[in-house]
Design a protein around this ligand. Structure first.
Ligand code: COA
Length: 215
């Protein structure tokens, strides 16, 4: 399933498959784009393992947007929904080490909640029931998208989204899904502009909500 992402060049931005060589730059973009989120708080070592999982697995999608001079500007990563519990399981050693080195993180309610939801998902359950949209399968989950704060508003995100959708279609996916915190108004506007639809199910307080897109 390791079909190549077609290179899309628009203006000075080129969208291509993420390589090991660009991984550290993408880690830095994630750190800058999500400073208060759990993955960034767990540190660069954990984040590298997290992002590398999408790059190494044939079913994973990992795309980077580069400037003409070869500077990484943004990335998007995803995987088939049914693969996510296994990917979370593979991250347990890296996550455990990161938490041992930063035990104070468990004092943050959101991080505690995200960590607990991940552990629950590994065992095929959630800590609190959260309805998910019923979507035609196969469904590709967009797990993370981020653009360097310096490069925002220049359609880098748009090109990444186009690359991600193109890849999903090339793999025969029938739908896309993602989670976003309800208060992330900028990202929600971005998704809605790209045809994603919010799922109207109940969201437990402090939890993320689903968006989906059916092809
Ligand atoms: C969401 C995100 C990926 C969009 O990337 P982008 O490259 O800025 O997107 P585009 O240029 O294609 O789209 C332009 C949008 O950015 C806005 N924008 C313009 N200049 C901007 C700037 N300097 N900073 C931020 N946004 C800007 C545009 O106004 C437009 O949004 P609008 O609906 O408010 O008009 C990016 O904002 C980001 O990395 N956010 C932080 C990480 C995040 O929240 N990811 C999603 C989590 S689920």
């Amino acid at each position: 399933m390791n079909s190549p992402v077609s290179n899309v060049t628009v203006g000075t931005v080129k969208v291509a498959r993420l390589t090991e060589g660009a991984l550290d730059a993408v880690v830095e973009i994630h750190m800058a784009a999500f400073p208060e989120y759990m993955n960034a708080q767990l540190g660069r070592g954990y984040l590298r393992s997290f992002l590398r999982g999408f790059l190494l697995r044939p079913e994973g999608v990992a795309i980077v947007a580069m400037s003409e001079s070869g500077q990484a500007l943004g990335y998007v990563a995803g995987a088939p929904v049914e693969l996510l519990p296994e990917m979370n399981r593979a991250l347990v050693p890296a996550a455990s080490l990161a938490v041992c080195l930063r035990p104070w993180l468990l004092g943050t309610a959101r991080i505690r909640r995200t960590a607990w939801n991940r552990v629950a998902s590994i065992f095929g359950r959630r800590s609190e029931p959260k309805a998910a949209p019923l979507l035609p399968m196969p469904t590709l989950s967009l797990v993370s998208i981020g653009v360097d704060p310096q490069a925002r508003g220049r359609s880098v995100g748009e090109q990444l989204m186009k690359g991600f959708e193109q890849e999903a279609r090339a793999r025969g996916c029938a739908s896309l899904r993602l989670s976003v915190y309800p208060e992330n108004a900028g990202a929600r506007r971005f998704y809605e502009r790209h045809g994603w639809v919010p799922f109207q199910g109940t969201v437990p307080p402090g939890d993320a909500m689903y968006y989906s897109k059916i092809f």
